[in-house]
Design a binder for this molecule. Structure first.
Ligand SMILES: [Zn+2]
Length: 154
């Protein structure tokens, strides 16, 4: 598949007119946010930091790395943005709004929250684990070891 430059993709221009706002790949948004965070950090450290000046982000730039890390691994953001699920609003009676990674990945307890800590808004909502999965070592026909995804489907 050819990779287009989203900046010159006329399909996105057409969608932007329809939606009345920019339409672009999620990776472009994520890269822009990371660039923004990097610029704030750079501006608050030598050699760009200016003496006796409080630069933009001075109060929080040191925590941006942790925040970006949490954003990258967020199951909630994955469900909202990639799985296109609505925000779950009812806490699970058992998990009380807190994620249970064992249940999220294996589902062995059969909890209706699927380990998210929150009940799905609609029946039939699929479990979302992002790019995290349970694996078992298997053998390819030629005998080489391969990882087999054994994450149960909901
Ligand atoms: Zn639960």
């Amino acid at each position: 598949m050819d990779v287009r430059d989203w900046r010159t993709d006329e399909r996105l221009e057409s969608l932007a007119k329809e939606y009345g706002e920019p339409v672009l790949p999620l990776s472009a948004v994520c890269n822009a946010v990371e660039t923004w965070a990097g610029c704030l950090s750079d501006n608050n450290a030598p050699p760009l930091q200016r003496a006796n000046r409080k630069e933009q982000g001075a109060a929080y730039h040191s925590t941006l790395g942790w925040i970006l890390h949490d954003i990258r691994k967020s199951n909630l953001l994955g469900r909202l943005l990639y799985a296109k699920q609505p925000l779950r609003t009812k806490p699970c009676p058992r998990h009380q709004g807190h994620m249970d990674m064992d249940e999220l990945l294996a589902g062995q307890q059969g909890c209706p929250c699927q380990g998210t800590g929150w009940l799905p808004e609609a029946p039939g909502t699929e479990r979302y684990t992002g790019n995290v999965f349970l694996a078992a070592v298997d053998r390819a026909p030629d005998g080489t070891k391969v990882l087999k995804n054994i994450t149960p489907r909901t």
